[in-house]
Design a protein around this ligand. Structure first.
Ligand code: MTE
Ligand code: MO
Length: 543
């Protein structure tokens, strides 16, 4: 009874359209799931969502990327992948519904998405083989076949064996009433087994993918860093203030910010890793193994790293103790001279295994500062997220013009002849870190009790050093804060100011002065192209 009523209300075909859409989604899931074990066999980065995600990261305008980093932080990559899945799901619904009328076109649509995934995979900068297309191709073929079969079940009419009219075949062509005609059992069976099979493929593929890189993991775990030839001086005891809520002087690796374009963290085996140094004015091009670096004198230095995407008051700054080899020595060995001594190359382009390119001024990395190829971070080999086995660190330069992770190639060239990754996307060619300061405590919108409130935070002007930090309450005079002891001019410096807080709403503002005498600018500027300018303010209500 009920069913009949429904059939009269629902336009014929509607349930079939819905089941078609469902078939589309199943086909999409199957395609992605089948691609997983194939990607595990080829390489994890060739999986369609990773490849399309990587391509969209590269194609994203600088402003949008910056916005994503700001709003989603380290989750930006997760958000991107979820976004791709949502778009795919919607398209799969539409394709599936379309396939109910046009079975071939629906299946061809799935293949088309496969082609998009495949071309993204083979055109990634770190792709070196057409086999990267396989996960998308195999997945899409599986998905297209499934859609074809499932929709076939929807359109097939189960002919009663003793049909008198004999016009069953014509009947099949007309859209039959929704509740009758199609092969319900066949559909459910095919759909359920496809769902089960693709879930299994997905799970197997994922775990295969996760177990990749065992050699790299073993090479990291087996690594004991030799003690450095020139250790860092101990951090002065008074470099760390005991103020609750202030950033720790050394940022633990687990808390260290991470900014990169890698959807899959590269896992590089230190034993097979090589670094090539070559290019303009390189008299003795060289290739170095990890052992070659370990045999050299290692230096240990405390250096604060900052991201150009860090907003005023933002979190993308951290301070670590790095161990590595002095970059300038390695370059000099290869016969490289800085421009000031007649060298023809003014830009050093570092390349990573995932195709990132980063350009630094040759003059800066050879001017005596502790520019290094770092192998260790805070007493352990570099974590994979932070560039294992080797990355660059240059005091005083933002990460995007200096801190290449998973580095494998250094090419000497000129700023005039080559623009690296971020420069192609609107960022500056040269970007020394701007003098900056941040209020760590009180937090924005905190409600401290009236009385003495500790205002405290960090200030940085890497390679120049911080000489003064001042705090202003509302529109009052600038008050000089107490500076913690300086570790080196390449590290940030903590500061604090006891504030006699009176009841009511207050705005706290901070500014730093570096050792060149330059005061942190008051002018608010965007992070693009060369780092945010302006002063950090925090609004609190004193109870
Ligand atoms: N290979 C590679 N290296 C990279 C990047 C990247 O995207 N890929 N990002 C750079 C940027 S913008 C910054 S700020 C630093 C961040 O280093 P961290 O993630 O170890 O903090 O790495 C730099 N090195
Ligand atoms: Mo950055």
């Amino acid at each position: 009874m009920r069913d009949e009523e429904k059939d009269q209300r629902v336009r014929p075909g509607r349930p079939r359209l819905a089941l078609g859409a469902l078939s589309g989604v199943l086909a999409g899931c199957t395609a992605l799931a089948v691609a997983e074990p194939v990607a595990a066999a080829v390489r994890p980065q060739s999986s369609p969502v990773i490849a399309v995600g990587g391509a969209s990261i590269d194609a994203t305008p600088a402003a949008v990327k910056d916005w994503a980093i700001r709003h989603f932080g380290t989750n930006d990559k997760l958000v991107l992948q979820l976004g791709i899945l949502v778009v795919l799901a919607v398209l799969a619904l539409v394709l599936g519904a379309l396939a109910v009328r046009f079975r071939r076109i629906g299946a061809a649509g799935v293949l088309l998405f496969g082609a998009v995934g495949a071309s993204a995979a083979v055109s990634r900068p770190d792709s070196s083989s057409l086999t990267d297309a396989l996960p998308s191709v195999v997945g899409a073929v599986a998905g297209a076949l499934l859609l074809y079969v499932l929709v076939g079940r929807l359109t097939e009419v189960r002919r009663p064996a003793a049909s008198a009219s004999g016009s069953a075949s014509e009947e099949a062509e007309d859209a039959p009433p929704a509740s009758a005609g199609w092969d319900r059992r066949g559909f459910v069976l095919a759909a359920a087994s496809a769902a089960a099979a693709s879930a299994a493929a997905g799970v197997v593929g994922r775990s295969l993918n996760a177990s990749r890189g065992q050699d790299a993991i073993a090479s990291r775990e087996g690594l004991v860093l030799p003690s450095p030839g020139t250790p860092a001086q101990p951090v002065p005891r008074r470099a760390g203030l005991r103020v609750p809520g202030i950033s720790t002087f050394v940022t633990p690796n687990a808390d260290f910010y991470r900014v990169d374009t890698a959807l899959v963290v590269p896992k590089v085996d230190a034993n097979s890793w090589r670094l090539r140094i070559h290019g303009k004015g390189v008299q003795r091009p060289g290739t170095y193994s990890f052992d070659d670096l370990l045999r050299r004198e290692l230096i240990e230095r405390d250096i604060t790293l900052t991201c150009v995407s860090n907003e005023v008051g933002g979190p993308y700054v951290g301070n670590a103790r790095w161990i590595g080899v002095r970059l300038a020595d390695l370059l000099a060995e290869c016969g490289i001279k800085p421009p000031s001594r007649g060298g023809p190359a003014d830009q050093l382009v570092s390349r990573s295994v995932d195709g990132m390119t980063i350009g630094s001024p040759v003059e800066d990395v050879m001017d005596g500062r502790d520019a290094m190829l770092a192998l260790g971070m805070n007493g352990e080999p570099l974590p994979f997220e932070h560039g294992f086995p080797v990355r660059m660190v240059v005091p005083g330069l933002y990460g995007f013009v200096s801190a290449c992770k998973w580095i494998e190639d250094i090419e000497l060239t000129t700023f005039a002849s080559y623009d690296p990754y971020w420069v192609k996307r609107g960022w500056a060619r040269r970007a020394p870190v701007k003098t900056a300061s941040r209020i760590d405590t009180p937090r924005p919108f905190a409600r401290p009790r009236a009385g003495t409130v500790m205002v405290a935070g960090v200030a940085w002007a890497q390679h120049r050093g911080i000489d003064k930090v001042e705090v202003r309450i509302d529109d009052g005079p600038w008050q000089e804060a107490d500076l913690a002891a300086e570790d080196t001019r390449d590290t940030w410096r903590q500061w604090s100011l006891p504030w006699r807080a009176a009841k009511g709403g207050h705005t706290l503002t901070v500014r730093a002065t570096d050792r060149t005498g330059a005061v942190q600018t008051d002018k608010r500027t965007r992070t693009i192209p060369d780092g945010a300018g302006g002063r950090h303010s925090v609004v609190v209500t004193v109870d």
